[in-house]
Design a protein. Structure first.
Ligand code: ZN
Length: 287
């Protein structure tokens, strides 16, 4: 009798290499050649209030230092910083499919980002998708068979507008004739421990989302839990959703940029995904 196949474990682990700390799914990288990573504020060259691994141009940091930080991160993973593709991130629910024509959009300056969108999707190799965060929920989707990745900016407005579902739909649209094999990763973001909201927002969310007992705790909203619900509704099996642990950006402000904890002026950590190389079948099958 054949042994039952154990499901693969794509857990995020916390790593520190050359003074840079980040979360990564090691098994996904080793087995499938797909990079999924969430950076922290640890490492890099930016000074206060952007200290020190600020990866975003739009926050007022010295652009030369941002470029240096992006280079430091890209070097860890064998990526070229000039090929990064970025979204404008306007709290919309719009998604862009990234092709070779988009390589480098937003890589070297703020102006070049893909406009009006908060999620990027690609099935092309060596095009790193990179979005930036300081409390909002970063979500990365991976389709394992066709090898598609998506990076999603899940602020409360985007989550309300179902940016996660829209991105998942776009991923599946690139591979419509087959059942998608979706994985999802949820990165560092403000937890329900710290995301206090006003009554109006709590009421608006309660009208929009069911099961409020699972995501509304007094005057605090658990955005990550809502993101999880939306992922499941979008076809990601619950066991395929991996989240970093103990990674509230506000509670752990020494490790993460937090818009709320830092009083508005701060840097941004990145959620990055890239299809690096063909899968390593030996490692991929070692489940
Ligand atoms: Zn917290």
């Amino acid at each position: 009798m054949r042994p039952l196949q154990q499901p693969a474990n794509y857990d995020l682990t916390f790593e520190t290499v050359n003074g840079i700390s980040y979360y990564i799914s090691k098994h996904l990288l080793e087995g499938h050649g797909i990079l999924v990573t969430f950076t922290t504020r640890i490492g890099g060259v930016s000074r206060a209030p952007y200290s020190s691994l600020n990866l975003a141009f739009h926050v007022g940091d010295d652009p030369e230092l941002v470029l240096e930080n992006r280079e430091i991160v890209c070097n860890l993973f064998g990526l070229e910083p000039a090929r990064i593709v970025c979204a404008e991130q306007v709290h919309s629910n719009e998604v862009a499919i990234v092709t070779k024509r988009d390589i480098g959009k937003g890589a070297l300056s703020l102006g070049g980002t893909i406009k009006g969108v908060d999620a990027l999707v690609t099935d092309q190799r060596m095009i790193p998708l990179s979005l930036y965060f300081a409390d909002c929920v970063p979500v990365i989707l991976v389709e394992l068979q066709k090898r598609i990745v998506s990076v999603i900016h899940g602020g409360w407005r985007g989550i309300y507008g179902n940016i996660i579902g829209n991105a998942a739909k776009t991923v599946v649209s690139l591979w419509p004739e087959h059942p998608a094999e979706l994985l999802a990763f949820i990165g560092p973001s403000i937890g329900d421990c710290c995301f206090q909201v006003g009554e109006d927002l709590a009421r608006t969310f309660s009208k929009r989302f069911r099961n409020s007992e699972s995501w509304l705790h007094g005057d605090r909203i658990d955005l990550r839990e809502i993101a999880r619900m939306q992922l499941v509704e979008s076809g990601v099996p619950a066991p395929n959703i991996y989240a970093c642990e103990d990674c509230c950006t506000s509670c752990h402000n020494d490790s993460f940029f937090s818009y709320r904890a830092d009083g508005g002026t701060t840097g941004r950590q990145a959620a990055m995904a890239a299809i690096l190389r063909k899968p390593n079948s030996q490692v991929a099958n070692r489940q």
